[in-house]
Design a protein around this ligand. Structure first.
Ligand code: GRF
Length: 208
């Protein structure tokens, strides 16, 4: 009989709906998946994703950013919660807050994010609207390592999605989100199996 391998304890940070969180949590139920979702944390007490996590039987926490006077204080409290929960790895999934360079440095190599474009195109907010406005025929989603510069860390995986005639931000978002739900669990699996995030010089790309 083979020895069961140890699963990394993953925290998923959210601010809203939590559909990517749910996709990761469902993938992580598989016995071969190298992660367990140990915590879902939101900076917004009313995030829909908290209810979704509870339904999935996952421990949740709220750190309401309005209760902190500085970003450093919020990130310091976040760091403490993650240590208390013995978290090994962080997935940002619709977490609408910039993290301080100090926090990012503490978690370097152990934190990743999903963005709804093929980075480096359309960084920042409204990436889906940006793609439509630019007249792009192909956009997509990217899972990348988090560094101090927003949406700029090494790319772990990407999935291309067509922009169809007549697409609105809503119809395109739906298509991109379906791709995100496939990509994010795969990217997490890839990284945890390799036990490191790709450095710039040895980027791995998965796409489908
Ligand atoms: C996703 O489209 C992700 O790319 C972006 O925020 C959205 C989060 O959606 N960063 P959800 O909360 O996972 O449903």
């Amino acid at each position: 009989m083979s020895t069961p391998h140890l699963k990394a304890r993953v925290a998923i940070l959210i601010s809203g709906r939590g559909s990517n969180m749910e996709a990761i949590a469902k993938a992580a139920r598989g016995t071969d998946f190298p992660a367990k979702v140990a915590l879902v944390l939101s900076n917004r007490p009313d995030a829909e994703g908290l209810k979704r996590a509870e339904k999935l039987g996952i421990k949740t926490a709220v750190l309401d950013h309005t209760q902190f006077t500085t970003r450093e204080a919020f990130d310091g409290a976040l760091h403490q919660v993650l240590l208390q929960e013995e978290i090994d790895f962080i997935c940002l999934a619709g977490f609408m807050r910039l993290l301080t360079p100090g926090f990012v440095a503490s978690w370097e190599g152990r934190i990743m994010n999903i963005h709804p474009s093929l980075l480096p195109s359309y960084k920042g907010l409204n990436a889906i609207e940006q793609a439509i406005e630019a007249g792009a025929k192909i956009t997509g989603c990217t899972v990348h390592a988090v560094t101090a510069d927003m949406d700029s860390g090494p790319i772990i995986g990407q999935c291309a999605v067509p922009v169809l005639a007549g697409d609105t931000p809503e119809t395109l978002a739906k298509r991109i989100q379906a791709a995100e739900h496939r990509l994010y669990p795969q990217a997490l699996w890839l990284v945890l199996s390799g036990q490191h995030l790709p450095a710039e010089e040895d980027e791995q790309l998965i796409s489908f």
